[in-house]
Design a protein around this ligand. Structure first.
Ligand SMILES: [Ca+2]
Ligand SMILES: [Ca+2]
Ligand SMILES: [Ca+2]
Length: 258
């Protein structure tokens, strides 16, 4: 709903801000390797302001700060420069911060955290390397446990892992090729490994003559799979920010591509 609007605003804002901030840090040292893209516990990783220079901004002019920028001092060619390392935003001006952005020494965003429902708990994490997205994690039902992990290669979606039971344990693996869904693996037994695969319809083996009367052409796939009824319609996922092609319904018997 308006959560999405706020999020779009936030992302737009972050994008603008990052271009402008990049200029501030162009003279910063460019030595660090930025390999430290690690999953961070949701509540632990807010800006470290200790001994840092913090600039507060009041975007809506209500005399209360709603953007905080944290800088650390660095030396560049013998000159002291200030490098932006973290930014916090109170997006809805309720006094509670909702967005945290972390920067590498080159001024690229390396991590973003969003509290999408404004309850004080983070629900979306985006990780970047040299500014390019490599992973996004989502807590779609706001219970504090991650439910969806999206992995990117060359900024293209490569894999989505889902916890269809919303228990933090992955049981669905969607693989993408060229940004398109290629195959889906399911853990139907809780063993933690794939025990059933579905191919995306486009890449399924060409239908044999007379195949229209034999629905399940994949011998390893039972025509009906009642154990996983709603994998592709997870509740509460309506406001996911970016999604690739919708996954085909798992276990749908007669999927004709032509
Ligand atoms: Ca807020
Ligand atoms: Ca939240
Ligand atoms: Ca969750």
């Amino acid at each position: 709903m308006n959560r999405m609007i706020l999020l779009s605003l936030a992302l737009g804002f972050a994008a603008c801000a990052s271009t402008e901030e990049k200029k501030e840090t162009t003279t910063a040292a460019t030595t660090s390797g930025d390999k430290s893209v690690q999953p961070v516990p949701s509540q632990a990783s807010h800006c470290d302001t200790g001994g840092k220079h913090v600039i507060e901004l009041d975007m809506n002019r209500d005399q209360k700060a709603d953007v905080w920028k944290v800088y650390h001092a660095s030396m560049e060619n013998g000159a002291k420069v200030e490098v932006l390392e973290c930014k916090e935003v109170d997006l809805n001006f309720d006094g509670k911060k909702d967005i945290w952005v972390f920067y590498d020494d080159q001024g690229n965003i390396k991590e973003e955290q969003f509290d999408l429902d404004f309850d004080g708990k983070i629900d979306m994490w985006t990780y970047r390397q040299l500014g390019k997205i490599i992973r996004q994690e989502l807590d779609v039902n706001y219970d504090g446990k991650t439910d969806i992990w999206k992995y990117y290669e060359g900024e293209k979606l490569a894999r989505i892992e889902r916890s269809s039971n919303r228990n933090g344990k992955v049981d669905v693996w969607e693989y993408y090729a060229g940004g398109k869904l290629d195959r889906i693996g399911y853990d139907t037994t809780g063993a933690g490994v794939v025990d059933r695969w579905d191919k995306a319809p486009e890449d399924a083996a060409p239908a044999a003559p007379g195949a229209e009367t034999t629905p399940a052409s994949n011998p390893g796939t039972p025509a009906a799979k009642p154990a996983t009824p709603a994998l592709n319609q997870p509740t509460g996922e309506a406001n996911k920010p970016v999604e690739a092609a919708p996954a085909p319904a798992a276990g749908t018997p007669k999927k004709k591509t032509k």
